[in-house]
Design a protein around this ligand. Sequence first.
Ligand code: ATR
Length: 263
Amino acid sequence: MKKYLVIGNPIEHSLSPKLHNYWIKLNNIDAIYEKEKLKVKDLEALVSRVRKKEISGVNITVPFKREIIKYIDKLSPEAEITQSVNTIHLEKDKIVGSNTDIKGFEIAIKDINFSIKGKKIFIIGAGGVVPSIIFALKKVNVSSITISNRTKEKAENLKNFFNDLIIINWGEVPDFDLIINATSLGLNNNDEIELSFPESVKGKFFYDVIYNPKETPFLKKGKKLGNHIENGRMMFIHQAAEAFKIWHGIEPKINKEVIGLVD
Ligand code: ATR
């Protein structure tokens, strides 16, 4: 039986096993997908388990998506550009690192019925998933991307990858069409984002990368002001589906039942 894993820290709340095991069963694959909480010092040993074929594939989540790169032999072009890996597997004795977050976000945003081409985007946060979001947004030719992060230096560092980003101070709100919460604020129900939006923020789009809870205080605020809202559930499902395709060569079904698994 093949073994797959998601690793991260924390990892308890990950729904990846639920999703992958559902697709594994549906496709009659002899495999199991589990989760493991690791520390940075465990990453090298983890990759050697993949090299020895004890594990057939690993999803990497917060906070190891960049740290894992030093143990990888070959990066996909998307992983290379974003310096972010969320999926690894062995290919002809080489450890390959891919980034399926980009495709996940790309498909999710395409499906929300809000054309973002030529739109002004405002991203809050500069953590692990943000380079992938920026990369996906750039593919659809948005008009501008503004970033605000509590630690401004981290937002400034993103300019090394994407030089036309606009960086503003934490707490400031620019004019925008789509705002994306890419911070971890909202994972805990009492987390508030201390941003005050002017009255003119109405009919815009509020997108949260977080999918659990379904409606973060950020989304609640957006909704109350009269904006469209969407959480990160479909992004999460699509990144998982892309990883599944890489490992098993099968396009997994995304239907109501699958979406329900992430409710
Ligand atoms: P990492 O920063 O290790 O990549 P992450 O979960 O991918 O981890 O990112 C967390 C994001 O949430 C960061 O943008 C972080 O801001 P800092 O860079 O200043 O740490 C943001 N974040 C977390 N807690 C926050 C808080 N209480 N207020 C504002 N931003 C917060």
